[in-house]
Write a protein that binds this ligand. Structure first.
Ligand SMILES: [Zn+2]
Length: 194
């Protein structure tokens, strides 16, 4: 049985690099993959870009309110070996369910890479459904500026920590927005001003 995977981690933990590596490995063995990204992520338009500079065009840039089902026949015809999703936290509940169904009915692995929680430490819509449905869940960690394992994503506006604003605010969309991975201790100290 093919599995639905959710590989999550804080910002900058190398999720996109991992995705590109998996795609490369399949392609080297003459197997096709499909790379999906939500159109909510406006970074790099219809490409995905890893922090170490690798880039690749996505096959499907999907809108939040669109279904993935119309692609199913095409994937079957092309004998796609694996479906890869970048920034999977932005998928809708329905899109996650569609991918889950596809993995089971067509016996094709679906690997979703993304964040678990937003800057206020709440689950994203896509991540919530992935945590509920995925056959395998894996956490990849990165490091806080203090050296500890980072699990939280802190939002900074004009270099100031903030808990204000919408859940989705893409870094780079406005010059002053950036995200930093933080360990629990640093995040709590910032959040509660301790
Ligand atoms: Zn820390």
């Amino acid at each position: 049985m093919a599995k639905l995977y959710f590989k999550f981690g804080a910002m900058n933990c190398g999720k996109t690099t991992m995705l590109l590596q998996v795609a490369h490995n399949y392609n080297e063995n003459d197997k096709q993959v499909v790379i999906i990204k939500s159109s909510i992520d406006t970074k790099a338009d219809n490409e995905i870009e890893s922090r170490i500079g690798l880039r690749r065009k996505v096959d499907i840039l999907i809108d939040h309110d669109k279904s993935l089902e119309p692609y199913f026949n095409q994937w079957k015809k092309q004998d796609v070996a694996c479906i890869l999703v970048d920034e999977a936290q932005f998928l809708s509940t329905k899109q996650v369910e569609e991918l889950w169904i596809y993995s089971k009915i067509e016996d094709t692995p679906v690997i979703c890479f993304g964040l678990k929680t937003d800057f206020q430490s709440n689950l994203f819509e896509g991540s919530k459904r992935l945590l509920e449905l995925a056959d395998e869940i894996e956490e990849n960690s990165t490091i806080c500026s203090c050296g500890k394992r980072a699990k939280f994503n802190a939002r900074f506006i004009n270099h100031e920590f903030t808990l204000e604003g919408d859940s989705v605010l893409i870094d780079g969309s406005q010059k002053e927005v950036e995200y930093k991975p933080m360990c629990g201790k640093c995040y709590v100290k910032k959040k509660y001003n301790l």
